[in-house]
Design a binder for this molecule. Structure first.
Ligand code: ATP
Ligand code: MG
Length: 437
């Protein structure tokens, strides 16, 4: 006697809030952007680096600074279950790249130009353009001190906007100078904000003495006027810092790159000095920064390495693609050359061998498959072939198989005629199908 178990309803599982699936056809847009970036990076002689997604927590605390939004509120931290090590899902990649450069002594024979792509994790309030897992693409030039490398990175980002058809991206620049200059400015800032204590929000009050510069990065609309009136770091810069900035802007001008100077641009991490910049747009509402970066000449030392100047940027893949979409770019389904339909399962070994030859010749071929047993009727297979968008249907019917042939039926070109081809010389007609594309 068999006992039937009462079926219990199994609950569906959803993805973690703020962490999104990227499905086809949207995933094709991500691949498209990545391919554009790879080609661009190659032209600027930047090479790919792949660091782990998990790093030891002190890397970010030391690297980004203790009094920053990321370290204070946004990191996904956990303990290694086996040895208790404090670990963190990377919220950004610059610290990891510099850690790797130090660990592998990458700068032993001079500077390195690097780029990365991949997911970052920040526990933020999810909204359009702001997620808890999001992809960044970044470029880092390690071991170079000159403003011409700051300029090169900006020109490279600018070339990317051109290449992918983005027009309303604006460049904002600032200089954070060097630490002695920031110290004098810091005192002036504290004095300014102390005079308006009542207008400071909780974050700002907490940071007034620990990191007043960070107050300039506030997103609180009620504090904008106060921040606007704050002393400008640019007015505290010495000759060397100003010269660096001047060299950068003159290279940009020679390359017809428009920019505005934003004296309140300070960026969210403590590791920056001299040049900082952001590419912004009005099209994405309040999440308007698509790419941001700057110079971080002291990060190597802060992470225990030999002092080495460096500069870089990171762009938000979601925001760049959203902008590309608003400029009219559509996700494309990759074009399919052929869709194979088969009347008799016994023919499948021969059919699959044929499709393999076509694929080796470079054609994209989809094999019909069904969710039940058998192949399904020829009529329903034809329907699938049509809706697949393929240029040709490859018909392996009973007659064809018996004669060791296939019928090649054009699906998109009404003037083209259908042909019968031999399975013995697939490679020959494969070339013909391809050249008809
Ligand atoms: P924001 O001021 O918008 O919070 P940020 O200064 O924290 O940005 P960076 O750490 O400089 O940003 O990251 C570089 C880019 O990565 C940003 O300009 C943005 O395009 C993207 N980015 C940052 N955080 C997120 C997020 N939570 N979701 C999606 N994209 C993001
Ligand atoms: Mg942020």
């Amino acid at each position: 006697m068999s006992v039937q178990a009462t079926p219990t309803k199994i609950e569906k599982l959803a993805a973690v809030k703020g962490m999104n699936d990227v499905l086809p056809p949207d995933s094709a847009m991500v691949e498209w952007l990545e391919a554009k970036v790879r080609a661009l990076m190659a032209r600027f002689a930047y090479r790919n680096i792949r660091t782990p997604i998990v790093e030891k927590t002190p890397l970010f605390i030391r690297g980004l600074g203790e009094v920053t939004d990321i370290v204070e509120k946004e990191m996904y931290c956990f303990e290694d279950r086996l040895n208790g090590d404090p670990l963190t899902l990377r919220p950004e990649s610059t610290a990891g790249v510099v850690r790797a450069a130090i660990e592998h002594n990458m700068l032993y024979d001079g500077g390195k130009r690097l780029y990365y792509m991949g997911p970052m994790f920040r526990h933020e309030r999810p909204q359009k353009g702001r997620y808890r897992q999001f992809d960044q693409i970044g470029a880092e030039a390690l071991g170079y001190a000159g403003a011409e490398v700051d300029a090169e990175l900006i020109l490279m980002a600018n070339a990317l906007w051109k290449e992918i058809g983005l027009e309303d991206v604006r460049l904002e620049l600032n200089s954070l100078g060097q630490s002695a200059e920031r110290l004098a400015h810091r005192q002036a800032l504290i004095t300014h904000f102390e005079q308006h204590q009542d207008q400071l929000d909780e974050d700002a009050r907490r940071r007034l003495y620990s990191n007043p510069l960070r107050i300039l990065d506030t997103k609180n609309p009620h504090m904008q006027a106060l921040v606007e009136a704050a002393p400008k770091l640019m007015d505290f810069l010495g000759d060397a810092s100003l010269a660096h900035f001047k060299r950068l802007t003159s290279i940009l001008e020679a390359n017809q790159v428009a920019y505005t100077i934003n004296p309140r641009l300070v960026r969210g991490m403590d590791y920056y000095n001299l040049t900082v910049f952001e590419f912004t747009t009005d099209r994405l509402g309040s999440q308007g920064t698509v790419c941001a970066g700057g110079r971080y000449d002291y990060l190597f030392e802060q992470l225990g390495g030999k002092p080495s100047p460096a500069v870089g940027w990171a762009l938000g893949v979601d925001r760049v693609l959203e902008l590309a979409r608003s400029a009219g770019l559509k996700a494309m389904n990759p074009t399919l050359d052929a869709y194979a339909i088969v009347s008799d399962e016994d023919a499948l070994p021969l059919v699959l061998a044929t499709l393999q030859t076509l694929r080796t010749a470079g054609l994209s071929v989809q094999m019909h498959a069904s969710s039940g047993s058998g192949m399904g009727s020829m009529k329903s297979q034809f329907k699938r072939a049509d809706s697949s968008g393929a240029r040709y249907a490859l018909i392996f019917g009973q007659d064809e198989i018996a004669a060791h042939q296939v019928t090649v039926k054009p699906l998109r070109d009404a003037s083209a005629t259908q042909a019968t081809e031999s399975l013995r010389d697939v490679a020959t007609w494969a070339v013909r199908l391809q050249s008809n594309a």
